[in-house]
Design a protein around this ligand. Sequence first.
Ligand SMILES: Cc1cc2nc3c(=O)[nH]c(=O)nc-3n(C[C@H](O)[C@H](O)[C@H](O)COP(=O)(O)OP(=O)(O)OC[C@H]3O[C@@H](n4cnc5c(N)ncnc54)[C@H](O)[C@@H]3O)c2cc1C
Length: 418
Amino acid sequence: MKVLVMGAGIIGVSTAWYLAKAGHEVTVLERGEQAALETSFANAGQLSYGYSAPWAAPGVPIKAMKWFFKKHAPFIFRPDGSLFQLQWLWQMYANCNKRSFAVNKERMVRIAEYSRAMLKELEAEEHIQFEGRQKGILQIFRTDEEMAEAKADLAILQEWNTPVRLLNSAMDCVEYEPALAHMAGKLAGGLYLSEDGTGDCHLFTTKLAERCAAIGVKFLYKHHITEIRQDKCLIKGIKANNEWFSAEHYVCALGSFSRPVLKQLGIRIPVYPVKGYSLTLPIADETLAPVSTVIDEKHKVAVTRFDQRIRVAGMAELSGYRIHLPLQRQETLKMVVNELFPASYDNHQTQFWSGLRPMTPDGTPIVGGSRFANLSINTGHGTLGWTMGLGCGRVMADLISGIKPEIDCQDLSLARYI
Ligand SMILES: Cc1cc2nc3c(=O)[nH]c(=O)nc-3n(C[C@H](O)[C@H](O)[C@H](O)COP(=O)(O)OP(=O)(O)OC[C@H]3O[C@@H](n4cnc5c(N)ncnc54)[C@H](O)[C@@H]3O)c2cc1C
């Protein structure tokens, strides 16, 4: 079947890969000059299968209120003038209870674990080099209060059979991340998830796009989609760069921009662009750098090690679609890396970046069909698109091919909001 995939981020490229492997004739329309130049470009690099959980959790609204008044707040709210922003926040708030958390978490773990299996399979077949590391993820705590919360998190992780170790002292943390030794006096302990990994999402996506092209996927870069043509219950074509493209089936994988494009068809998806920031720094002294990812619970910032670089990423800002780079956010990221891993990086070559996480209010992505028989949606991966990309790509391709996916996906489609 002829399939047109909209978007070449981690989600679009993963979908294209599995569609092509299933024998479909695939074309990808992408406005960038190459794959993964938007949200999949410089994320925190965590393959956080163990940490797959919705942000909407019991207690989060109270924490968010406190963050309002902090200088280096992990959560920032700026009214964007839309009713949608408020509706989305309300929907998220409505998910901040024990029952919804359990439902959403189960869905996310289901997808993440499937994604883990897909990455393992792909690595064995394709040997893609993406500066990947399998050295676990360490979350560090400074206060007894944070440790008490960690114990509650530990119970949830254990309930989901996630391999996790509670570290009761700073020295236990230093065992996994030796460069934190100078912080010993400031740390109360940590949580260590041994089975989580790290890797560069941009590198992976561009290399997977090359593999896709090698098996026949056609990438049309610098093609900006502006219009979709419909006829009753079928999509008839997509307009990009003033040219119409048609196929038998269409997949929307436009990340945060899926919502404005689908709105043209009267499809309203609750996906808000939650902005995050990152800094990428070349390593100057390996002995002072992290080994894997360290998550600083106080600031909710992750510091991740790639081969010769460190990526510092975090913050959740609700301020619309603007990707401008306020200096104050850079200061927050620098403050964290300077405290945890001082002198580990070259301060003269920093790359500051922002990206828009395509977030649903329940944290679970939208993977499934739509009211148009030949239009599928694969978006809304929020904070975990790198972690969940391959699994969702495979599920999407199976659904389009008429094959029963290997995981239950009935509750992943847009229908769950109706
Ligand atoms: C600061 C930060 C840290 C993060 N850390 C992690 C992490 O550690 N682990 C993890 O799993 N996830 C992480 N994420 C989330 C992850 O990066 C995203 O979930 C993922 O990149 C989303 O991929 P996507 O393909 O849906 O979107 P995108 O990568 O944005 O891809 C969508 C594509 O559609 C194209 N497009 C959009 N509109 C149009 C149009 N009109 N015409 C043509 N093309 C169009 C864009 O150019 C883009 O290439 C992080 C995100 C941020 C911002």
